[in-house]
Ligand binder design. Sequence first.
Ligand code: ATP
Ligand code: MN
Ligand code: MN
Length: 299
Amino acid sequence: MGKTLAQTLSKSSVQLTHPDRVYWPGKGVTKQHLADYYAQVWPLMAPFVVHRPLALMRCPDGIDGPKFFQKHAWKGINPHIEQIADPEDKNGEKLLRIKDFDGLIALVQSAALEIHPWGTTTDHWARPDMITMDLDPAEDVGWPEVIAAAQQLRKHFAASGLASFVKTSGGKGLHVVAPLTPAASWPDVKEFAAAMAESMSADHPEKFLATAAKDKRVGKIFIDYLRNGRGNTAVAAYSPRARPGAPVSMPLSWDQLEEVGGPADFNVNNVPAHLAAQSVDPWERFFKAAKPLPKAKAH
Ligand code: ATP
Ligand code: MN
Ligand code: MN
């Protein structure tokens, strides 16, 4: 038998209290189930959450209870969740970071059901290491159109000399993510992302929108480039979503994308088997494929 993904289970010293607490009632997914899921995906997920400032969607009573989108610590926070000062806001409230699997399980224990990192690490706060293009389709847009839009983004990135990778959002759309050598500034990266969104909407105004105006969105896909400013976040690869069905933001190969039936196909229950059935991590080359942001855009 060849080696498949997700064979070694990560282990944590963090104690789960009330492991049977239900986080996703519809699917009966408990705190323990979430920890077991993470034990399988951790080696693949780690580079996308470790040493990055994190925003968290906390749902202490599960997804049907109150939801708190938090960037800062709370009373009694687990010590495996680090509190770090933003170097550009030294006197401000500390931000949150994890460094290892214990940190992730501490997030599970804290009912952080979604993990939203910055697009860079705290080794180089001022230099993003990825561009995230978030495809937000209006409700009447078909899934094949969303896939086609992602493929088009891939072409635009390639024309600029950048590799790009695709994942489901676990919500309604797809995220196309390009790794960067951390060198360009946040404003330059955001400007590049905005130019790409604007050029796509200029070429196909009937399909794409580069502004967030909800009322103009009917029948179109908003190419949300706004994930790319300093302090902005996007949901992490392999993070679940606090939505019915425990969907997951799932990294895919471009070939696999064509087989996917919808943005919430992958969930906490079915991802481990999906990984066990494949031998190659489709995002394995993500950081190896990083290139500097091109100087001027030429779409
Ligand atoms: P979908 O496919 O449903 O669009 P998504 O994760 O792309 O899923 P968006 O609404 O497009 O969701 O993007 C919102 C992003 O903005 C989140 O990924 C998150 O990182 C960030 N964000 C900032 N503030 C909030 C907030 N209060 N609640 C939720 N997300 C927030
Ligand atoms: Mn989105
Ligand atoms: Mn969006």
